[in-house]
Design a protein around this ligand. Structure first.
Ligand SMILES: [Zn+2]
Ligand SMILES: [Zn+2]
Length: 280
């Protein structure tokens, strides 16, 4: 097993821009030892990102075809990125627990507005701004608090292997109000969340999707030292939507983790999460 892996990856079964097989071929071409497919799981509110529930068996069938075809060249794993919406829909529900998956990612993208509308906090900054102005009368702090209430509930309920891109709302919220993610109350929220994560011994993703465009990881590098102090295990993932991005930002994230004191990251190998040293 080498340090070239990625377990957060979207393909044409959700909002990715290439067939599942293209990601696998790219991973083999780049010398990856393992690769995981994790489409956005079916979601109760219709949208253009999440996989439709009727396609689940086709998703699993295509994965197993590729796993058999490429088994001599790479370890392949199938997962899902599962949304938290509320207590009735999240990674802990029986539908997800019963699916034959290798792993599950728990992520918050949606928050529920005061009038009960679920809105995606994860899209373009312009759409986020429209949502905050329309549903929160500009009170971005309230939207952020709702995001973290959902995040805390997600980890209480469990049902996933690692937490996807925590602190992600820090990007859109700080584009709405510059500096918001460095305000004391925001940093306290993330710090408290990290303590709750550590108390539950949960694994956290360092998501490198926006490194090249925004110069930040999710969570932000500022939190890596606290994460290390708390003993939080990390998995580094690119959240790729096109095959050429499968390794984007990964070397930089591994270096940043080393600077913060980390000596190893966690990866799936022979079906188990194992600790892989940063220095060979
Ligand atoms: Zn996500
Ligand atoms: Zn994703």
């Amino acid at each position: 097993m080498n340090l070239l892996t990625n377990y957060h990856s979207h393909c044409e079964f959700c909002d990715g821009h290439a067939p599942m097989e293209e990601f696998v071929k790219e991973a083999i071409a780049e010398g990856f030892s393992a690769y995981g497919i994790s489409s956005h799981a079916p979601f109760p509110v219709p949208n253009n990102c999440n996989m439709h529930r009727e396609r689940m068996s086709a998703y699993l069938d295509e994965f197993h075809r590729l796993k058999a075809l490429y088994s001599s060249q790479i370890e392949l794993y199938v997962g899902l990125e599962i949304d938290f919406l509320d207590d009735s829909f999240n990674p802990s529900i029986s539908y997800f627990r019963e699916l034959p998956l290798d792993y599950r990612i728990g992520s918050v993208h949606y928050i529920v507005t005061p009038d009960g509308t679920p809105i995606d906090t994860d899209g373009s900054p312009d759409r986020f701004k429209t949502y905050i102005d329309t549903y929160f009368e500009g009170d971005v702090d309230e939207a952020v608090h709702r995001f973290y209430r959902s995040s805390f509930r997600l980890i209480e309920l469990g049902g996933f292997d690692f937490l996807g891109h925590l602190d992600k709302i820090g990007l859109n919220a700080s584009l709405y109000r510059p500096g918001l993610d460095h305000e004391a109350w925001y940093r306290r929220l993330v710090a408290d969340y990290l303590e709750a994560i550590a108390a539950r011994h949960l694994m956290v993703e360092v998501n490198t999707k926006a490194w090249a465009t925004r110069g930040r990881f999710f969570p932000n590098e500022d939190y890596f030292e606290q994460m290390h102090r708390l003993g939080i295990r990390v998995v580094v993932n690119s959240d790729a939507h096109i095959p050429t991005k499968i390794n984007a930002g990964r070397p930089e994230a591994l270096q940043a983790l080393a600077r913060a004191g980390y000596t190893a990251v966690w990866q799936l190998s022979r079906g188990e999460w194992v600790e892989v040293p940063l220095e060979g």
